[in-house]
Design a binder for this molecule. Structure first.
Ligand code: UFG
Length: 332
């Protein structure tokens, strides 16, 4: 089986490329290297280019038959999407439409799409299942939801079936290396906390301690990147087995506050994690925790690393690699 991984040089995509390679699939990575790194795609063929380049897609789909496409190539920063929505709608929506047109033209009918918990907006329940209203509160979330709508329409009209995987907070790294979150400096909590532990960052900033949560900081559902990749494998196999397209939440169902993540990082690393408090970050919901029952029952998804400590320990392994790579003077 041959799979095209778009965004395979990025954080989650590079883990997927490795996983597909281990499973014996033929893999082609397409990545424009806007945030990914060439060397992160550790398996198969690499093509540098953009998913909105129709001529390039025609060449790729003409050169070989693809049994499926996995699409990770999106801009993902919520705050940036508020300031620069055009960038988000152009890449995340318009370029994805070019991909879908090309897939249709070449009869490539199976897609696994990286969606996000951001499609839900402000949560109305403790745990969010797929039937929760989808009312995104920022352009990033709206761009993901727009593509989900397009995918449903393409399935109904053209038979292009797709699994829409709604990630909660992806974290961790492959313990076998040599890959991890590659966007430096990045904005996500776990890599930044660990950077503060290693000394590459003077301190972690806690955005808001006045939320309506037990300790006042935001609560998130952290899910191991390799468990996300496993869900992609299951989703692709389900498409190959003839399953209709569907949306699936991917999270562990356990919420951890920012302060709990910092505490766990201190325990795992045995190092101090200096922190300071700052005002709330715009666009952050107080609590986002998944109900992933559908992925368990319909895909048979069983996360292998649901514990926060394991996720942080694996992310710490990657932080040590980065520390050695940059040979940072303050790295302990
Ligand atoms: N946080 C800090 N300090 C930091 C970084 C983050 O306190 O330096 C806090 C944030 O305010 C938030 C929590 O840590 O409360 C998690 O923040 P992340 O940036 O790690 O992740 P988000 O929850 O903002 O992002 C995730 C996904 C997005 C998705 C979003 C939906 O990564 O793709 O949830 O709200 F859009």
């Amino acid at each position: 089986m041959r799979v095209l991984v778009i965004g395979g040089a990025g954080y989650i995509g590079s883990h997927m490329v490795k996983r597909l390679g281990a499973a014996g699939f033929a893999v082609v990575t397409l990545d424009n290297l806007s945030s990914g790194r060439r060397e992160a795609a550790t398996y198969g063929e690499f093509v540098e280019g953009d998913l909105g380049d129709r001529d390039l897609l025609d060449d790729l789909f003409s050169a070989a038959k693809f049994d499926g496409v996995m699409h990770f190539a999106a801009h993902i920063e919520v705050a940036e999407s508020v300031g620069n929505p055009e960038k988000y709608y152009r890449n995340n929506v318009a370029s994805t439409l070019v991909l879908l047109e090309a897939m249709r033209a070449h009869s490539v009918n199976h897609l696994v799409f990286s969606s996000s918990a951001a499609v839900y907006g402000e949560p109305r329940r403790e745990r969010i299942d797929e039937n929760h209203p989808a009312e995104p509160v920022n352009p990033y979330g709206r761009s993901k939801l727009m593509v989900e709508h397009i995918l449903r329409d393409f399935e109904a009209a053209y038979g292009l079936r797709s699994m829409r995987l709604r990630y909660f907070n992806a974290a961790g790294a492959d313990p076998g290396g040599p890959i991890g979150p590659c966007h430096e400096p990045g904005t996500h909590l776990v890599p930044l906390v660990l950077r503060a532990a290693s000394g590459r960052l003077p301190r972690i900033t806690v955005f808001g301690v006045d939320y309506d949560t037990p300790d006042g900081t935001c609560v998130r559902d952290y899910v191991h990147v390799n468990d996300l990749c496993e869900a992609h494998m299951l989703a692709l196999r389900a498409l190959w087995d003839g399953a209709p397209g569907a949306a699936f939440n991917l999270g562990n169902g356990n919420g951890f506050s920012v302060l709990e993540v910092i505490k766990a990082a201190r325990t795992v690393t045995g190092r101090p994690v200096p922190s300071r408090v700052a005002p709330r970050r715009p666009g952050d919901p107080a609590r986002l925790v998944s109900d992933s029952t559908r992925a368990a029952t319909e895909l048979g998804w069983r996360p292998r690393h649901p514990e926060l400590e394991t996720i942080i320990a694996h992310a710490w392994g990657w932080e040590r690699v980065l520390c050695a790579r940059v040979d940072h003077a303050s790295c302990h």
